[in-house]
Design a protein around this ligand. Structure first.
Ligand code: CAP
Ligand code: MG
Length: 422
C-alpha cells in the first residue's frame, strides 16, 4: 500500500537540513529486532507513525523524522549500553516555543516502546528557528555583576538545614548569620514551600528584613532565593509577592513543577525583572540510568531555552550526589546558541570549604557555589561556616592556597579540621 509504516523512517544517506532538530539516542533493540528496525521505529513513533501501516494522501503533510546515522558513537560513550543513533526531525513537526509539545515528540511514547529494551535521549542539536522561538535566560551569568557587583569570584549561596521544620523567625535568623558571614544568597530547600511551620509570605517578609539588615551591616548586596514552586496559578501569585516585597529572584523546582509552568513563570519574571534560580529535584529519575531516560545535558538545554538564569548542574563528582558530566554541561550552558543568554551553573550537594579548590579548578569561577551542611554543620555554627566558605572562595580568587588562608581565618581552619580537603 502507499503510505507509511514503521520501516519507512530510516535513510542512512539522509543529510539533515539546517532547520532539522537532530537528536542523539542510545538504544538497545528488543530481542529479535535489528538496530536499524528499532531506529526506524523510534523515528516513526516520535514523529508521525504508529504500529499499523497508514494510508496517506491529500490533506497530509509529511512530518516524518528520519533515522540517519547508526553506531557512529561520536559521544565517545562507549561504556554505555546500546548503540548510538541519530534522528532528524523536520522543523514543521514542532510548535515553536512549546517545550511540552517538543518533549511529547522526542522524549514521549518512545521511552516506553517495546521495540527497545532501553532508550536514552543523550543530546540535541537545536536549530536556529526552534532555539530562537524560546526566550532564553533574562540575565544568565550577568546576575553576578548586575545583582552582586562581583566579577572575580563565584557567588555563594546557602540553604538552611534541617531542610524543613525551622520556624519563620529561625529561618530568617539563619539567613542573617549566613549573609553576614559572607554568603550572597539565602536559598530555600526544595521541600520548603508554604507549610504551617513556616508560611511563604511570612518567610518572604522576615527573610528580606534580615537581608536588608545584613546588607547594611556588610555593605554588600544580598539576595534571597525563595522557593515559589506550586501549581502554576499559585506560583504566579507567589512571584508577584516576591517582586512587590523587593526581591531580585525566585527559585523554581523545574522538573517537579514542569516545563510549561516554568515557561509561564519566565514570562511573568520578565515583566517583573526577576531572575530564576532553577533547582532540579527529580532530575535523576530521568538521567541517573546511563542507558535509559533523558540525559542531564538535554534537561540543561531545555532549561536554558525556556529561560532560567541559574541551574544546578552538579559538583564534578565531589560531594554527596551522583553527577553526569558537570563540565560538559556547564560548557553547553555557556556556549553561544544563536544569541541566547548563558546560564550560571550552580554547584551544590555535599560541598564544604575544603572542596572549593578542586571544584573551581574544574568549573571555573563563573558559577554559584551552594552549601547547606557545609555551612550549618560547621562546629561553630552558621556564621563561622559562612565565613569559612567565603574565605575559601576568596583565597581561590586571589590565587592563594587554602592552607595559607586558613592561617589567617580560624573559621576556615576549623572547617578543614572538621571535613578535610577531599
Ligand atoms: C544541598 C541541597 C540541594 C542539592 C540538590 C540538598 O544541600 O540543598 O538540594 O544540592 O542537588 O538538599 O541536598 P547540602 P543538585 O549542601 O547540605 O548537600 O545540586 O545535584 O541538583
Ligand atoms: Mg536541597
Amino acid at each position: 500500500m502507499a503510505g507509511i509504516t514503521y520501516e519507512d523512517f530510516i535513510d542512512l544517506s539522509y543529510d539533515p537540513a539546517a532547520a532539522d532538530l537532530v537528536c542523539t539516542f542510545r538504544i538497545e533493540p528488543a530481542a529479535g529486532m535489528t538496530v536499524e528496525e528499532a531506529a526506524s521505529r523510534v523515528a516513526s513513533e516520535s514523529s508521525n507513525g504508529t504500529w499499523a501501516a497508514l494510508p496517506t494522501g491529500e490533506g497530509f503533510t509529511d512530518m516524518g523524522a528520519t533515522a540517519f546515522a547508526i553506531g557512529d558513537d561520536e559521544s565517545g560513550a562507549a561504556d554505555s549500553a546500546g548503540t548510538e543513533i541519530k534522528v532528524a526531525y523536520p522543523e514543521g513537526l514542532f510548535e515553536p516555543g512549546s517545550m511540552p509539545q517538543i518533549l511529547s515528540c522526542i522524549a514521549g511514547n518512545i521511552m516506553g516502546m517495546k521495540a527497545v529494551d532501553s532508550i536514552r535521549l543523550a543530546d540535541c542539536e537545536w536549530p536556529e528557528g526552534l532555539t530562537t522561538s524560546f526566550p532564553g535566560p533574562q540575565f544568565g551569568s550577568d546576575v553576578r555583576e548586575e545583582i552582586f557587583g562581583v566579577a572575580d569570584r563565584p557567588i555563594l549561596a546557602t540553604v538552611p538545614k534541617p531542610k524543613v521544620g525551622l520556624s519563620t523567625e529561625t529561618h530568617a535568623e539563619v539567613g542573617y548569620e549566613a549573609w553576614t558571614g559572607g554568603v550572597d544568597l539565602l536559598k530555600d530547600d526544595e521541600n520548603l514551600t508554604d507549610q504551617a511551620f513556616n508560611p511563604f509570605h511570612d518567610r518572604l517578609v522576615e527573610s528580606l528584613a534580615q537581608r536588608d539588615r545584613a546588607a547594611e551591616e556588610t555593605g554588600e548586596p544580598k539576595s534571597y532565593l525563595i522557593n515559589v514552586t506550586a501549581g502554576t496559578n499559585e506560583m504566579l501569585e507567589r512571584v508577584d509577592q516576591v517582586a512587590s516585597e523587593g526581591c531580585e529572584y525566585v527559585m523554581v523546582d523545574v522538573i517537579t513543577t514542569g516545563w510549561a509552568a516554568v515557561q509561564t513563570v519566565r514570562e511573568r519574571c520578565e515583566e517583573l525583572g526577576l531572575a530564576i534560580h532553577a533547582h532540579r529535584a527529580m532530575h535523576a529519575a530521568f538521567d541517573r540510568l546511563s542507558h535509559h531516560g533523558v540525559s542531564m545535558r538535554v534537561l540543561a538545554q531545555i532549561a536554558r531555552l525556556v529561560g532560567v538564569d541559574q541551574l544546578h548542574t552538579g559538583t564534578v563528582g565531589l560531594g554527596k550526589l551522583a553527577n553526569e558530566d558537570t563540565v560538559g554541561i556547564n560548557a553547553w550552558l555557556r556556549d553561544d546558541h544563536y544569541g541566547l543568554n548563558d546560564v550560571l551553573p550552580v554547584a551544590s550537594g555535599g560541598l564544604h570549604p575544603g572542596l572549593v579548590p578542586d571544584l573551581l579548578d574544574a568549573t571555573g569561577t563563573n558559577v554559584c557555589v551552594q552549601a547547606g551542611g557545609g555551612i550549618h554543620g560547621h562546629p561553630h555554627g552558621t556564621h563561622e561556616g559562612a565565613k569559612a566558605l567565603r574565605a575559601a572562595v576568596d583565597a581561590y580568587a586571589a590565587g592563594r592556597s587554602l592552607e595559607a588562608k586558613a592561617e589567617e581565618s580560624p573559621a576556615l581552619a576549623t572547617a578543614i579540621d572538621e571535613w578535610g580537603t577531599e
